[in-house]
Design a protein around this ligand. Structure first.
Ligand SMILES: Cc1cc2nc3c(=O)[nH]c(=O)nc-3n(C[C@H](O)[C@H](O)[C@H](O)COP(=O)(O)OP(=O)(O)OC[C@H]3O[C@@H](n4cnc5c(N)ncnc54)[C@H](O)[C@@H]3O)c2cc1C
Length: 380
């Protein structure tokens, strides 16, 4: 596999790196401490084309490839993992499925607004009583003469408090041996669609999430995304792509933790020498660098396969599993290298540690990734 980046990919990477260093990194600690939604950064990311990176320009996107998206996601997430996931949800979990499964009208009206960053999307699959086993969702959409009536709740919806649209998954047929689901686009403000206050979490404090409710919420037939009864296919195809985004977010968190650790290890002295001269510290730095590189290769492979339109469920799961667990390990070592200061909120590595943890949970826990990978390897 060739990872000789094109001129365009290098440019995107550099643009994202410069933007993140200039506009995001100086605010990352404040965003985290105050749990402040980065309204100005979301706007700037839209202006730079980062909110719909792989969406064609005719639908408001930047017309780039998944590898460019992975490169940009790593840079943004290295500065602020919250900004990374806000971007990832809009790109991977909202724009991508509408591009793939949406009608022309949905692409013109909804995708164009969201890919260009003027509006924001979110993704509603998880429910209070069903997460990993999403097929067992309780949210129901009942057919009427002129549309659908939706009842249910979805929780942990990233971007939910600020999003203009939700891509919602609901059961539309329980009559057969297999439950059938359907995907819908629902604008905020639709009667019967309400939000809880935002969630309080261990990390990614600036990326707000919340529970959303649907009570007698009426939507027209034109809200259906893809075919009626095939919503689960939409959700699973979406997550194959989304996991590349989360793997890239994990790369960014680990890159930041390693970078800070390298600087600290050269400055901090013990027993008369910089701690970087102690072999124990060097070995930690070496392991961090190796694991980060390995995770990059898995992530870029999955991104390249997506661009080639080759089935990449297993490769995305491998990338997400390895990169997320790697990010936690790297951030853990980063705290160790910083000693007591690593445990202080004055240094960014404790934020990296808290932020890394979520990458092992959302868009499929590590256990679910292992199930996907095992099914693939057993099939041969
Ligand atoms: C901050 C945050 C943001 C999120 N954003 C979104 C979002 O935008 N949209 C959305 O739809 N969802 C979102 N989620 C939900 C997330 O995807 C789920 O939390 C995740 O899929 C796990 O589901 P669960 O929490 O219900 O855990 P459960 O499914 O109840 O799992 C609990 C534990 O059991 C394990 N487990 C479950 N089944 C198996 C099995 N068969 N074999 C082995 N182990 C198993 C799990 O791995 C886990 O360790 C978000 C979650 C968080 C915390």
């Amino acid at each position: 596999m060739d990872f000789d980046f094109t001129e365009e990919q290098r440019l995107i990477q550099q643009t994202a790196r410069d933007f993140a260093a200039r506009e995001i990194a100086p605010k990352a600690s404040e965003l985290d401490k105050n749990g402040r939604w980065p309204v100005e950064i979301v706007k700037q990311m839209g202006e730079l084309g980062f909110m719909g990176m792989a969406v064609p320009t005719e639908y408001g996107g930047a017309g780039m490839d998944t590898l460019s998206y992975a490169l940009a996601m790593e840079e943004i997430s290295a500065a602020c993992a919250s900004c990374g996931v806000i971007m990832s949800v809009n790109n991977s979990l909202f724009c991508d499925p509408i591009l793939k499964f949406g009608t022309e009208a949905q692409k013109k009206e909804v995708l164009t607004a969201c890919a260009s960053g003027q509006k924001l999307g979110c993704f509603g699959l998880t429910e209070p009583m069903s997460g990993s086993d999403a097929q067992t969702m309780a949210t129901n959409a009942e057919k009427t003469s002129d549309g659908w009536v939706i009842n249910g709740a979805k929780n942990w919806i990233t971007n939910g408090p600020h999003a203009d649209f939700i891509l919602l998954f609901a059961v539309t047929d329980r009559s057969g041996p297999k439950i059938k689901h359907t995907a819908f686009i629902i604008p905020k403000g639709t009667p019967g669609f309400t939000l809880n206050p935002r969630d309080h979490k261990l990390g990614i404090h600036a990326a707000h999430s919340c529970t959303v409710f649907f009570e007698g919420c009426k939507v027209p037939d034109s809200a259906v995304v893809g075919n009626v009864g095939e919503g689960f296919k939409v959700a699973m195809a979406t997550l194959d792509g989304g996991r590349i985004g989360i793997a890239s977010q994990a790369l960014g968190i680990a890159k930041a933790a390693l970078g800070t650790s390298l600087g600290y290890a050269k400055e901090r002295k013990s027993f008369g020498v910089p701690i970087a001269q102690h072999q124990a510290i060097q070995f930690m730095l070496a392991d961090m660098a190796v694991e980060l590189d390995a995770a990059r290769l898995l992530t870029w492979r999955a991104a390249t396969m997506k661009d080639k339109k080759v089935r990449h469920s297993m490769e995305s799961a491998e990338a997400k599993l390895f990169a997320s667990e790697m990010a936690t390990k790297v951030a853990h070592k980063a705290i160790q290298i910083h000693g007591g200061y690593g445990y202080s909120t004055e240094f960014p590595v404790e934020r990296n540690y808290r932020d890394a943890r979520i990458t092992e949970i959302y868009e499929g826990t590590s256990e679910i990734q292992r199930i996907v990978i095992a099914a693939s390897v057993l099939k041969g």
